[in-house]
Design a protein around this ligand. Structure first.
Ligand SMILES: [Zn+2]
Length: 275
């Protein structure tokens, strides 16, 4: 089966903060394979390490969160994309970092971004921040998917109030045609709200990255019934194993048609891989 990982982080190792490395990146086995001794990401090896796990395409996520995770600029995603065109970048914008959010977004779109990732709890702003509304309007109009980090973060400096689910509900209501992916499905304390949003709103999806696959049906009891709204992702490189997660998911799901949707088809339709 073909596999798409919609949640791959990029960046030089030294660009990540210490808590990010300790609490997340180092939980995976990939560090020695994807960075040189100075901590620069090795774009060829980065993609190779992911593909070795059976992945045929993916979404590359830069991040501008100086107070929590670090600044891993869009260029890092481009470096990998250049050598592995089947991995495509999304933009990342932080209204507390980018002076002119619209201009910064346009620049990243010109650089090849095929969507937008928003990280309220790391960037310390709300999902419904008015400064982001022109970006949402553009994404809605042009059919660009918007990924939101939805749920908690253990990184130092993260503030839980910025993951308030009802601020996401505002965005969903204000941009009903925008394709929205709730990354991690409300991890920590609002799985059931994220699940409700997926059931209730036509354009809302969940990516299962950063969650132990064996627990997914406890978090989202209707996942199999709504399998057209769930996406496989891993939070690479902070994942014990991409293939391992895929295998665990298969054991849980036990249905090839459902697996095909979650692991491949839904991502293809949303992001237009290989079009
Ligand atoms: Zn992530």
């Amino acid at each position: 089966m073909r596999l798409i990982d919609v949640h791959i982080h990029v960046g030089n190792r030294f660009e990540w903060t210490e808590p990010a490395k300790r609490l997340w990146m180092d939980t995976g086995p990939y560090v020695p394979a994807i960075f040189d001794n100075a901590g620069n990401q090795l774009p060829q090896q980065y993609g190779d390490a992911i593909k070795k796990e059976g992945v045929s395409g993916g979404i590359l996520i830069p991040e501008y969160s100086p107070m929590t995770a670090g600044v891993m600029p869009f260029e890092r995603a481009r470096e990998i994309h250049k050598r592995h065109p089947e991995f495509i970048p999304v933009a990342n914008i932080n209204p507390n970092y980018h002076h002119d959010v619209f201009e910064a977004f346009e620049e990243q779109l010109e650089g090849g971004a095929k969507g937008l990732k928003i990280h309220p709890i790391h960037g310390l702003f709300y999902a419904n921040d008015q400064r982001l509304y022109p970006l949402y309007a553009k994404c809605e109009q042009e059919g660009l998917p918007v990924m939101f980090h939805a749920g908690t973060s253990m990184f130092k400096g993260a503030r839980m109030r910025y993951s308030d689910p009802y601020t996401f509900d505002d965005v969903i209501s204000d941009f009903p045609e925008m394709k929205i992916i709730l990354c991690h499905g409300g991890r920590g304390f609002w799985y059931h709200i994220a699940e409700f949003m997926v059931k209730r709103f036509e354009k809302v999806y969940i990516d299962i990255s950063g969650l132990p696959p064996k627990n997914l049906l406890q978090y989202f009891p209707s996942m199999l019934k709504f399998s057209h709204k769930y996406l496989f992702g891993t939070d690479f490189p902070g994942v014990p194993g991409i293939k391992r997660n895929f295998d665990e998911l298969q054991i849980l799901v036990k249905d090839d048609a459902v697996m095909e949707k979650i692991c491949f088809k839904n991502a293809c339709e949303l992001f237009g891989f290989w079009k």
